[in-house]
Design a protein around this ligand. Structure first.
Ligand SMILES: Cc1cc2nc3c(=O)[nH]c(=O)nc-3n(C[C@H](O)[C@H](O)[C@H](O)COP(=O)(O)OP(=O)(O)OC[C@H]3O[C@@H](n4cnc5c(N)ncnc54)[C@H](O)[C@@H]3O)c2cc1C
Ligand code: FES
Ligand code: FES
Length: 484
């Protein structure tokens, strides 16, 4: 059992002892660690909650195809053990050994993409990860890659120009040449179970699900983390110490992703970005919802299991999973069981996953031909914002245009994500027409009694819930039978 992490920083071997007497806690963030080292202070702290991207670094690790996969991440939300078996690339590592700027840095200079410079290291790291992304890179990709990077003074036009310029003429850089050596060095680091026990904290990062389940049964009080995009805020914002943590991010079994014509079967540790990619072209409504989930840095670490595990009524995957009638698999000492998604949420931030169980996978049916599924997220701004109300709707009509089957799933309207059951019953068998839908809008208002909070009043939420139903009708009317 190890309490030392081994990784690379800019290709050079590094290790951190996290056991008793270490100056670092297992819940020290990568940003706190880097800022404590003068040689890595290019990285900046803006918000410490994943909103500004000033702390962006890149993690490179062995991808499924035996090549390095580069991911931009917010270092303010990453706990140190996450670095195990990865190459941590910081802004200091971008120049070549002869001092030449990386093509991305060079383009930022040429296009005057920086003024005060506070955001610049984070922006450059996001663009560096984009530079190492396969495929043709267009304006939309650049904007998506930058959605998690806030710049208050330069303005984005020169940054976008620099990104398009550097990515248009992409060629091998000094990272490409170093790749075989980095892969060898990462491969030589054992992926064994990690257990760190100090006077104040116990942090377990198993390498196998079997070990995680054993640990869970003896320590049900341990807080589970996977991407930690939700839990890390308890450390960075509320200054909690987290006495006991079970970190699932080292378990390969939880990252499995299987696709068949009928379904996507995703392990709980699959990231939102991985799921977005696989849903693209298969379940467009899910892919669309995930493309406005946080930012690229958040999606690169946040997991599907974590989104379900929060039990939050505004988790963005949840209305879509309800509309698709997904099934959640949980595992514990009594074995594995499948819970239909509509039974998974038992109350405000509580789920059917028992204290000694772990969410292990989600079965997501692909809608058959003739079924139309749409998803809508309503938030104050399009990118990097939490939903006020979200909705996903599924429709199948009969040959004469009547509603054969309808599911209306809403987030942000109740203590849990919920279906508008009375409205569904009202619409069943009726013509899918504007007049029926307008009558159904009153039924939606009766299906929910939403709360007023900082994101919106009860009245505003009710208005949105009514209007998204009309929007759904407008998107589907006249396209009877079109699969989403
Ligand atoms: C800047 C920012 C933007 C965000 N934007 C969005 C957004 O647009 N939409 C949205 O829905 N969310 C958003 N979130 C919230 C968060 O990123 C998501 O809920 C994410 O899916 C959580 O996944 P994670 O792996 O990081 O969870 P973690 O923080 O690791 O865990 C979250 C919770 O789930 C539990 N958990 C995790 N994995 C399991 C498991 N396998 N079994 C049982 N319990 C488990 C944990 O105990 C914890 O209670 C945002 C967060 C931040 C910081
Ligand atoms: S410091 Fe703002 S995202 Fe990390
Ligand atoms: S250059 Fe000043 S914040 Fe972006």
């Amino acid at each position: 059992m190890r309490d030392t992490i081994q990784f690379l920083v800019n290709g050079e071997p590094a290790r951190i002892d996290l056991g008793p007497g270490s100056p670092w806690r297992p819940t020290t963030t990568v940003l706190q660690y880097l800022r404590a080292h003068p040689e890595y202070r290019g990285v900046k702290e803006g918000c410490a909650e994943g909103d500004c991207g000033a702390c962006t670094v890149v993690l490179a690790e062995d991808g499924t195809d035996g090549a390095l996969q580069y991911r931009a991440v917010d270092s303010c939300l990453l706990f140190l053990p996450t670095l195990h078996r990865k190459n941590l690339i910081t802004i200091e590592g971008l120049r070549a050994t002869d001092g030449a700027l990386h093509p991305v840095q060079d383009a930022i200079v040429r296009h005057s993409g920086s003024q005060c410079g506070f955001c610049t290291p984070g922006i450059v790291m996001s663009l560096f990860a984009l530079y190492h992304t396969a495929g043709v890179i267009g304006r939309h990709d650049v904007i998506d890659a930058l959605a998690g990077n806030l710049c208050r003074c330069t303005g984005y036009r020169p940054v976008v120009d620099a990104a398009l310029d550097s990515c248009a003429a992409r060629g091998p850089d000094h990272f490409s040449a170093a790749e075989p050596g980095v892969l060898r060095a990462l491969g030589a680091i054992p992926s064994d179970d990690m257990l760190i026990e100090t006077e104040t904290q116990a942090y377990c990062r198993p390498a196998t699900l079997a070990f995680a389940l054993r640990y869970r049964s003896i320590k049900p009080e341990a807080i589970i983390v996977n991407g930690a995009t939700d839990v890390a805020l308890r450390v960075t914002k509320r200054h909690e110490q987290l006495a006991s943590v079970l970190d699932l991010s080292g378990i390969a079994e939880l990252r499995s992703l299987r696709v068949s014509p009928a379904a996507i079967d995703a392990g709980a540790g699959v990231t939102i970005e991985e799921l977005r990619r696989v849903a693209t072209g298969r379940i467009p409504a899910l892919a669309e919802m995930l493309s406005v989930f946080g930012s690229r840095q958040i999606r690169n670490v946040a997991t599907l299991g974590g989104n379900l595990g929060t039990g939050s009524p505004i988790g963005d995957t949840l209305p879509v999973l309800l509309a698709l009638e997904a099934t959640v698999s949980v595992s514990g000492p009594r074995g594995e069981r499948a819970v239909p998604i509509q039974d998974f949420f038992t109350g405000y931030r509580s789920t059917a996953c028992a204290p000694d169980e772990i969410i292990v996978a989600v079965h997501i049916p692909i809608p058959p031909q003739g079924t139309d599924v749409r998803a809508i997220k309503v938030s104050r701004r399009k990118e990097l914002d939490i939903s006020t109300v979200s909705a996903a709707m599924r429709l199948r009509t009969t040959g004469n245009g009547s509603v054969d089957e309808i599911v209306l799933a809403y987030g942000g309207m109740a203590a849990t994500p919920q279906r508008a059951s009375a409205t569904e019953a009202f619409l069943s068998g009726k013509p899918w027409s504007r007049s029926t839908v307008e009558a159904a809008m009153d039924a939606v208002a009766n299906d929910f009694a939403p709360l007023t909070d900082v994101r919106g009043s009860a009245q505003y939420r009710t208005l949105i819930a009514r209007n998204v139903l009309l929007k759904f009708w407008a998107a589907t009317d006249g396209k009877e039978g079109a699969a989403s």
